[in-house]
Design a protein around this ligand. Structure first.
Ligand SMILES: Nc1ncnc2c1ncn2[C@@H]1O[C@H](COP(=O)(O)OP(=O)(O)O)[C@@H](O)[C@H]1O
Ligand SMILES: [Mg+2]
Length: 266
C-alpha cells in the first residue's frame, strides 16, 4: 500500500463561464495525490467547489488549466474504471437491480453469464441478496445507495470517488452504509476519494482528510487520521483523539464557513 499515486491532480483550476458572461472561479491550483489503498476525505463548504473538483478528477469535465492522471496516465472515464458516485446518481427505474448493477460490465462487452456471475457475487457480499429481481422503486433509499456502490464495485475500479453519497439519508441508515463503506475499504483494499461536508463522517471514514477553502476551492489543510477505532460513529464520537482532531478541523473550517455565509450565490 501507499507505493504510487492512483490519482494525481496537478495544479488544476476551473472557472465556469455562463452565457451572460459571468465567470465563477470554482477551484484554484489544486494539487492532490491519492495513494493506492488510501481513503481520502475532502471536506468543504456548500457551494465551495467540491463537486467541480470530483467531476474533473473523474474525467467527466475538463479543467480550465491543469491535468489529472490516473495510474500514471491521462484520465479516461471508461478505460481507467473509475467508480464515480455523484450526488444525484440514481438507478435506472426500468431495470431490475441485477441489470442495474451490471450495466458497466454490459457496456464493456461482458456477456450475460459473466456479468451476472460477477454482479451476483458483489450483491451477495454487500447485502442485497434476494433483491436481484426487484426494481428500484421497491427499494429503500439506503438499499438504492447500496446498489449504486455495488454497481461501482463490480467494475473492480482503481478508485471509488463518492460525492456526498449519504447526504439525503436518515442518520441510522447513513451509519449502516458508512460501516459498509469501511468494510469495502478494508476487505477489497479499494482506494477511496470521498467528499463530505460532515467532519465526523470524514474522521470516521478517512485515513487522510483534506480541507478546502470556500470558492475558489484551494487546499487549506490536511490531517492524517492515524488512530484506529472500532465500532460506529456513535461509538467513537467521544473518544479523546476524535474530539481533538474534530476541534482542529473546526478551527480551520470556521473562517471558510463564515465566507460561505456571506456568499449568497453559494
Ligand atoms: N455548471 C455550472 N455552471 C456555472 N456555475 C457552476 C456550475 N456548476 C457549479 N457552479 C458553481 O461553482 C461553484 C462550486 O460549485 P460545486 O462544485 O457544485 O460546489 P460544492 O459541490 O462544493 O457544493 C458554485 O458557486 C456553483 O454555483
Ligand atoms: Mg457538491
Amino acid at each position: 500500500m501507499k507505493e504510487y499515486p492512483v490519482l494525481s491532480a496537478k495544479n488544476i483550476s476551473h472557472t465556469y463561464e455562463s452565457k451572460d458572461g459571468q465567470r465563477i472561479k470554482a477551484i484554484e491550483k489544486i494539487d492532490l495525490n491519492v495513494m493506492e489503498g488510501e481513503f481520502v476525505a475532502v471536506i468543504g463548504t456548500s457551494g465551495g467547489g467540491k463537486s467541480t473538483l470530483l467531476k474533473i478528477i473523474s474525467g467527466l469535465m475538463e479543467p480550465t488549466t491543469g491535468e489529472v492522471e490516473i495510474n500514471g496516465g491521462p484520465v479516461d472515464f471508461q478505460k481507467n474504471r473509475i467508480g464515480y458516485i455523484s450526488q444525484s446518481d440514481t438507478l435506472l427505474p426500468w431495470r431490475n437491480i441485477l441489470d442495474n448493477v451490471s450495466i458497466g460490465l454490459e457496456m464493456q462487452g461482458f456477456n450475460k453469464a459473466e456479468r451476472y456471475e460477477r454482479s451476483k457475487e458483489f450483491i451477495d457480499k454487500f447485502g442485497l441478496s434476494g433483491f436481484e429481481y426487484k426494481y428500484p422503486k421497491e427499494l429503500s433509499g439506503g438499499m438504492s445507495k447500496r446498489a449504486l456502490i455495488i454497481r461501482a464495485l463490480v467494475m473492480k475500479p482503481s478508485i471509488i470517488i463518492m460525492d456526498e453519497p449519504f447526504g439525503p439519508l436518515d442518520v441510522f441508515t447513513r451509519e449502516v452504509l458508512q460501516q459498509e463503506v469501511l468494510k469495502i475499504w478494508k476487505e477489497e483494499k479499494t482506494t477511496f476519494l470521498y467528499v463530505t461536508h460532515d467532519i465526523m463522517e470524514a474522521i470516521y471514514l478517512a485515513s487522510r482528510i483534506v480541507v478546502l477553502t470556500h470558492r475558489p476551492a484551494r487546499i487549506k489543510a490536511e490531517f492524517d487520521v492515524d488512530f484506529s477505532l472500532e465500532g460506529s460513529i456513535e461509538d467513537i464520537q467521544y473518544h479523546p483523539e476524535v474530539i481533538e482532531i474534530q476541534k482542529e478541523i473546526w478551527n480551520v473550517m470556521r473562517e471558510e464557513v463564515a465566507r460561505s455565509r456571506q456568499d449568497i450565490g453559494g
